[in-house]
Write a protein that binds this ligand. Structure first.
Ligand code: ADP
Ligand code: MG
Length: 448
C-alpha cells in the first residue's frame, strides 16, 4: 500500500515538473513531501507557511486532479507546514485557510535584508559605477532625485546587493522612513492573496503609505496582467506623491517582453542605470576584498587565476572562492593552482563553455555581413579586416583563451597580431562613438 502510494506520488511529481517547468518545480513543488494518506485524504508537508499559501493559490487544483487520476480512493489533498505536523491538532489547524490578513505589520510587506549587502562591501568598477552612484544618491538624498531608479543587468552582478544597500543605509540614517524592499514575485504573491481574501483595499493602502518602495526582478511580473496592472497603479501613486521607487530587472525597460507599453515607458522616466558584465579588474578587486574578509591567506596567483577564469558573474566568483577556502581548511594545506583546478573543475568548465571563439566569429561575421571564412582568411581589405579585429577583441574579452590560442583560431595568426587588434579596437571605441556602440551591442548579444 505505502509502496503504491509512493509510486503514485513519484508519477505526480514527474507530471508537475513537466507541466510547470523546471524553475517553478524547483522553487515550489520539489520541496513538497508526502506524509501519507489518512481517511481518503493525502497529506503533503511543505517547509514554510509561505510555500503552503503559494502552492494552495497556484497549484492545488492540479494537484488534486492528478491524485484523482492516480487513485480512485483519494478525495482530497491537505497541505501542512512541516514541523507542525507532530500531532493531529496542530495539523488540523494548519489545514485551515491561511490567515485572513494581507500582512500583520508594515514590515511584513517587505522581505528581510542581508546585512552584508552594504555600500561599503560593494566594490565599484567601470561596469557598475553608474548604478552604484545612483543608488548612493537615492539613499542619501531627501527628495527622490530620479524617479524611478531603474537598475538592470545580468544575473549575479549586484542588483539585489545595491537595493539592500539603499535600505540598510536608510535604516541607519533615517529610521523614520518607511522603506520596503521586496521581490516582484512576493509582490505578486501578496496581491493574489489579497484578491483571494477580498482584501485589496488594505493591500493598496499598505503599499501607498510607503516612503521608498523597491521591487526586485520586475521581469517576473511581465506577462502577468492583473499583477502588472496593480503594480502600475501602486507605482503611479507613489511617484505622483514624490515617493522614491527603485526597480530592478534583468533587461532595460524597453526590452522587457510581456510588459505593457505604458508600463515600459513609465519605468524609463527616471534614471535607467545598467550594470555591465564584470571586467578582469573588477573581478580581481572583488576577490581581494572577499579574501580579506575571510581572513585567509590566498596566494596572489590563485586570485589572478580565478579573476581570469570565472567570468560569468560575481555570485559564482564568490562561490569559487568559498569552495577553495573550505577545501584548504579541510585538508590543512596551502592552496595551489593544481588543487584549485581540481576543486573547481565543474565551475571552470561551465565558464569555459560560456562563449566560444567560433560563436564569436559567426556572430561578428553575420553582424557585418561578411563570410565566415573571412575570419580565417589572409585578406586585409578594411571591410573584412575590421570585423576580424573586432572578433579577436571580443574573443579576448569574453573567453579565457590566451592571445596565441586566439591567433590560431583566426587562420593561424601570430599573437602579436591579436594584441594589435585588441589595441586598435580599444582606440577606436574611444574615438568613434558609433563603432563603440556596435562593439558593445555585439558583446551583449554574445553574453546572453
Ligand atoms: P543580482 O541581484 O544582480 O542577481 P546580487 O546582488 O544577488 O546579484 O549579487 C550576487 C552576489 O555577488 C552577492 O553575494 C553580492 O554581494 C555579490 N556582488 C555582486 N556585485 C558585487 C560587487 N560589485 N562587490 C561586491 N560584491 C558583489
Ligand atoms: Mg537579485
Amino acid at each position: 500500500m505505502a509502496d503504491k502510494i509512493a509510486a503514485q506520488w513519484a508519477r505526480i511529481r514527474g507530471r508537475l515538473r513537466a507541466e510547470y517547468g523546471e524553475a517553478a518545480y524547483r522553487s515550489w513543488l520539489k520541496p513538497m513531501t508526502l506524509v501519507g494518506v489518512k481517511s481518503r485524504r493525502v497529506r503533503i508537508s511543505v517547509p514554510t507557511q509561505f510555500m503552503r499559501d503559494w502552492i494552495e493559490s497556484q497549484y492545488i487544483e492540479r494537484l488534486v486532479n492528478l491524485w484523482a487520476i492516480e487513485g480512485k480512493t483519494i478525495d482530497g489533498v491537505d497541505l501542512v507546514v512541516s514541523g507542525n505536523d507532530m500531532d493531529g491538532q496542530t495539523t488540523s489547524q494548519n489545514t485551515q485557510p491561511a490567515a485572513r490578513r494581507v500582512a500583520d505589520s508594515p514590515d511584513a510587506l517587505g522581505a528581510p535584508l542581508d546585512p552584508r549587502f552594504t555600500f561599503e562591501n560593494f566594490i565599484v568598477g567601470k561596469p557598475n559605477e553608474l548604478a552604484f552612484a545612483a543608488a548612493r544618491r537615492v539613499a542619501e538624498t531627501e527628495v527622490a532625485p530620479y524617479n524611478p531608479l531603474f537598475l538592470y543587468g545580468g544575473v549575479g552582478l549586484g542588483k539585489t546587493h545595491l537595493m539592500h544597500a539603499i535600505a540598510l543605509h536608510l535604516r541607519q540614517t533615517r529610521p523614520q522612513k518607511h522603506v520596503v524592499y521586496l521581490s516582484a514575485e512576493k509582490f505578486m504573491y501578496q496581491f493574489i492573496r489579497a484578491l483571494r481574501f477580498r482584501d485589496t483595499v488594505a493591500f493598496k493602502e499598505q503599499f501607498r503609505s510607503v516612503d521608498i518602495l523597491m521591487i526586485d526582478d520586475v521581469q517576473f511580473i511581465a506577462g502577468k496582467d492583473s499583477t502588472q496592472e496593480e503594480f502600475f497603479h501602486t507605482f503611479n501613486a507613489l511617484v505622483d506623491q514624490n515617493r522614491q521607487v527603485v526597480i530592478s530587472a534583468d533587461k532595460s525597460p524597453n526590452d522587457l517582453e510581456g510588459m505593457e507599453e505604458r508600463m515600459k515607458s513609465r519605468l524609463g522616466w527616471g534614471l535607467v542605470a545598467d550594470i555591465h558584465p564584470t571586467t578582469y579588474e573588477l573581478r580581481y578587486g572583488i576577490l581581494q576584498s572577499k579574501a580579506d574578509d575571510l581572513d585567509f591567506e590566498i596566494p596572489e596567483k590563485i586570485l589572478e587565476f580565478l579573476a581570469h577564469k570565472i567570468i560569468s558573474n560575481v555570485r559564482e566568483l564568490e562561490g569559487a572562492l568559498n569552495r577553495i577556502v573550505a577545501y584548504a581548511h579541510l585538508i590543512g594545506r596551502p592552496i595551489t593552482l593544481e588543487t584549485t583546478h581540481d576543486v573547481l573543475h565543474d565551475i571552470l568548465r561551465a565558464n569555459d563553455r560560456k562563449v566560444t571563439i567560433e560563436e564569436i566569429q559567426k556572430r561578428v561575421a553575420e553582424h557585418f555581413n561578411v563570410r565566415l571564412s573571412e575570419m580565417y582568411s589572409a585578406r586585409r581589405a578594411r571591410a573584412v579586416a575590421r570585423p576580424r579585429q573586432i572578433a579577436m577583441y571580443l574573443s579576448k574579452q569574453l573567453t579565457a583563451r590566451s592571445l596565441p590560442e586566439i591567433g590560431r583560431k583566426f587562420g593561424g595568426r601570430d599573437h602579436t597580431t591579436v594584441m594589435h587588434a585588441v589595441r586598435r579596437v580599444e582606440e577606436l571605441k574611444l574615438t568613434d562613438r558609433g563603432f563603440g556602440e556596435d562593439v558593445e551591442l555585439l558583446r551583449r548579444m554574445l553574453e546572453t
